[in-house]
Design a protein around this ligand. Structure first.
Ligand code: ATP
Ligand code: MG
Length: 567
């Protein structure tokens, strides 16, 4: 796990920013900086994509450049407009703007085809009739060189004819491919005559039935970068071995040639980050959709209550490196806590209520007590919280036979109610099954403001609500989606899904909420005192408020950092 010492630091330099700084000095790109974020629209964006977005849009902004949003829509089968819309929404929500630079790789299919014809004419590409299985077999392995395809030495005329007919739709799917003629003995498997085009009789969301051959990623990606005059094509480490091919294609064509730079992808503990797996969770209804608040997707984090700022700060804090690593999810949580601590209004809510009757408080009286909206932000002001004879407190703030280290309410024990009075528990009412259903207490009218005139002390302050005034609502509590830091850490025979956490969602359908929460709208964020940060869910309505817990108040990352500093 990475040990990040300055979790709060703003973007500092890194090897990519160093490269760009140097290129600007040497005027390598004529003073331009052009990056791109190139998602394939086959799923929703996740926090790993956010890292790439912050990097690409971030350096463009810092160096006065541009960042393109480019949909790498070269595979018609898995792509959908729903994904395109969600990706645009997520990038915008994260705070970035592509201006007029919105592109679709499919718009370049014509140019790509012409360039492929050029390589065929130059004797650098050929039509191959091997089946997919045969191609795999001929490819060789890391330790064995590949074998040349028997179709490798076709004449240029024959290749041109076959490629034209491939495009015209004369051949069935999988019957032929166009391949680059490079080197079947290269130690780099990517250079062993890679496939440039495959036949696929499938309609494309953007180009319809215009094409029945589709370009492969390695062929297409560099061309897209070249067409858009990208300067720095930033991608994740697994493409390091593809860089020679990226360079080979652009050199063979003799066209504008951006620099590919690889950085380490983000991995997080207790979650999965591959779109294929996230799709599987959605399809198999193991979560409630792409934006399920347990998902590491940008839409899930948004629904959970994360702020764009907290995600940007997190991405700045983890930095950009060249070695793969896994970041502790508590660091992401730390980041949202820091942000919400500054901006979230404090309110009281009781998740698992138990009734408290104040025996010496008048039946029909209500007091409006003053409560602070945000101690971190004096400008946030105060509000009134109603107090009356019957209250709710949290079930877990009372124990009938308390252990030594429990300082909250118990028979004969006095505690402080936040913003209100000291109360003392005198009696415990139980139902026929022996469950505690009500506490009989008395209050001390002299203790308003949290202090007793006689100087006697209480050891705990608890939150509460007036039963008559509280609103009933639903609160959803979340735990990690997986029980293991690394979901791939499986016992024999199990797969990653066997590590799903059955307790990742807990729904409390009759929580009680402070009346000031009436009218709260989806996306509004609050701190429920002592319980954590919460966000109004999109399922919420004026009839029934629904909250998601974004994160608890306990900050394990801050503790890890403190311990690390002491060492
Ligand atoms: P898959 O999960 O199927 O491998 P992908 O996440 O690579 O797909 P793309 O749509 O190709 O999906 O990703 C768009 C961009 O986001 C790419 O430039 C990719 O390098 C970057 N990216 C994807 N995952 C991460 C990650 N975990 N960390 C950092 N960047 C990422
Ligand atoms: Mg990818």
């Amino acid at each position: 796990m990475e040990n990040i010492s300055a979790a709060n630091s703003r973007t500092s330099s890194d090897f990519i920013r160093d490269i760009i700084t140097k290129d600007l000095k040497t005027d390598k790109w004529g003073g331009r900086v052009a990056t791109r974020f190139p998602p394939e629209p086959n799923g929703y964006l996740h926090i790993g994509h956010a890292k790439s977005i912050c990097l690409n849009f971030g350096v463009a902004a810092e160096f006065n450049g541009v960042c393109h949003l480019r949909f790498d829509d070269t595979n018609p089968v898995k792509e959908e407009t729903e994904y395109i819309e969600s990706i645009e929404e997520d990038v915008r929500w994260l705070g970035f703007d592509w201006g007029r630079h919105l592109y679709f790789a499919s718009d370049y299919f014509g140019q790509m085809y012409e360039w492929a014809v050029q390589l065929v004419k130059d004797g650098k590409a050929y039509v191959c009739d091997l089946t997919p299985d045969e191609i795999r077999e001929y490819r060789g392995t890391l330790t064995e060189p590949g074998k040349e395809s028997p179709y490798r030495n076709r004449s240029i005329e024959e290749n041109l004819d076959l490629f034209t007919r491939m495009r015209a739709g004369e051949f069935p799917d999988g019957s032929r491919t166009l391949r680059a003629k490079i080197d079947m003995t290269s130690p780099n498997l990517n250079m062993r005559d890679p496939i440039m085009y495959r036949i696929l009789h499938a309609a494309h969301p953007h180009t319809g039935d215009m094409w029945c051959i589709y370009p492969m990623y390695d062929w297409a990606h560099g061309l897209e970068d070249s067409i858009e005059k990208i300067t720095h094509s930033i991608c994740t480490l697994e493409f390091e071995d593809h860089r020679p091919l990226y360079d080979w294609f652009l050199d063979a064509l003799g066209v504008y040639h951006p620099q590919q730079i690889e950085f380490a992808r983000l991995n997080l503990t207790y979650t999965v980050m591959s779109k294929r797996r996230l799709l599987e969770l959605v399809r198999e209804k193991l979560v409630r959709g792409w934006d399920d608040p347990r998902m590491p997707t940008v839409s899930g984090l948004r629904r959970r209550g994360y702020t764009p700022e907290s995600i940007r700060n997190f991405c700045a804090a983890i930095g950009v490196a060249k070695a793969d690593s896994t970041v502790d999810v508590s660091m992401l949580e730390h980041s949202v806590r820091e942000d919400l601590n500054k901006i979230a209004r404090r309110v009281m809510a009781v998740l698992r209520p138990i009734r408290v009757v104040i025996e010496n408080y008048p039946e029909d009286k209500t007091e409006e007590l003053e409560a602070v909206n945000n101690p971190e932000d004096p400008g946030a002001g105060t509000r009134k919280v109603p107090f009356s004879k019957v209250l709710y407190i949290e079930q877990e703030d009372f124990i009938e036979n308390p252990p030594k280290d429990f300082f909250r309410l118990a028979p004969g024990r006095e505690v402080r109610l936040r913003y209100a009075y000291f109360i003392k528990c005198n009696d415990v009412i139980k139902d026929d099954n022996g469950n505690v259903i009500e506490l009989r207490c008395t209050y001390d009218p002299e203790t308003l403001g949290g202090k007793a005139p006689d100087g006697r002390k209480v050891k705990a302050t608890i939150h509460w609500l007036s039963a008559a005034h509280a609103i009933e609502g639903e609160v959803r509590l979340y735990d990690y989606l997986f029980t293991k830091e690394n979901p791939d850490d499986v016992v024999e025979g199990g797969d990653w899904k066997s590590n799903l956490n059955p307790g990742s969602l807990e729904v409390l359908s009759s929580a009680r909420l402070e009346p000031s929460l009436a009218g709260a709208k989806p996306g509004d964020r609050f701190q429920f005192e002592r319980l954590g940060y919460f966000c109004v869910d999109k399922d919420s309505s004026d009839e029934k408020l629904v909250f998601n817990r974004t994160v608890t108040l306990r900050d394990t990352w801050a503790r890890i950092q403190k311990a690390a500093c002491k060492k």
